[in-house]
Every structure is written in structure tokens, then in C-alpha cells.
Design a protein around this ligand. Structure first.
Ligand SMILES: [Zn+2]
Ligand SMILES: [Zn+2]
Length: 139
């Protein structure tokens, strides 16, 4: 995995504009997640996530609806338009923000694939990024 830096704050929000957020500058890392839960939650073959310290992420307009998707995490989304905004682990002080909801999704490029074991076969990917069959291997 490769850590990048957001040199300036990043803004984003949901499709309808009812939720807006900001991410303060600092370290960031992006990955593609191919897990079945992300696929279902987003209705998409893969979700690119930007991971930042939770303390640097703030909703500035609206408040998300929350779905406790597992014992260890909750997913935050817009109750009006359904945009899937964030994945928030309960045991780590970080948050994964859906790259597609950023005003400028190009600010950080994903540096790895995770949960490659459930990548959908028809999704053709030609990058040379490392891929992990499950989540990131432990330390
Ligand atoms: Zn919305
Ligand atoms: Zn996932």
C-alpha cells in the first residue's frame, strides 16, 4: 500500500447534495475493494475507498443515515438519494470515504486491490497494482 498526502482540503458529497463533507489535509491512501459487501452496498462491481484519519473527516451539510453492516463497521449513506459515502470501522480511528463522491475523485489514485477473491470475472482491469485475495495482510 502507498500512502499519499492531501495537500489541501478535499470536498465531496452525495448525488442530491443533501450531504456534503470535507476532509482536512494530511495522509491518505486509496484502494479498490472488491468485497461482496461493498459491491452490494454500492451496487457497483468495485468501490474505490480513500482512507483518512476519522478526525479529519467532517459532514458540513446534513447528517448521514447509518447502516451497521457488521460487528466491526458501519456504513454511512444519504437517506434521500442513497449515495454510499463512508465506511467507518468501529475499532480504528479512521474512515474510508467513497472516492466516487469526492468533488475531485482524481486527487488520490488507488494503490492496491483488496478482496480480489470476489472480483467479478467480467471486470477487466489492466493495472499492475498489487492485489490481495482478502483484506490487507496483518502486520
Ligand atoms: Zn443525497
Ligand atoms: Zn469492501
Amino acid at each position: 500500500m502507498t500512502t499519499s498526502t492531501l495537500a489541501r482540503e478535499a470536498l465531496g458529497g452525495c448525488l442530491c447534495g443533501g450531504l456534503r463533507y470535507r476532509i482536512a489535509p494530511g495522509g491518505a491512501m486509496a484502494v479498490y475493494c472488491h468485497c461482496r459487501m461493498c459491491q452490494r452496498a454500492a451496487g457497483a462491481p468495485v468501490v474505490a475507498w480513500l482512507t483518512v484519519a476519522a478526525s479529519r473527516f467532517t459532514y458540513v451539510v446534513g447528517a448521514p443515515a447509518i447502516y451497521r453492516s457488521s460487528e466491526t463497521a458501519r456504513r454511512e449513506f444519504c437517506a434521500v438519494c442513497g449515495s454510499h459515502i463512508a465506511f467507518r470501522p468501529v475499532d480504528r480511528a479512521e474512515i474510508d470515504v467513497a472516492c466516487g463522491t469526492l468533488d475531485d475523485p482524481a486527487i488520490v489514485a488507488p494503490s492496491a486491490h483488496i478482496w480480489w477473491e470476489s472480483k467479478i470475472p467480467w471486470l477487466a482491469l489492466e493495472d499492475a497494482l498489487p492485489h490481495h485475495l482478502k483484506g490487507f495482510p496483518g502486520p
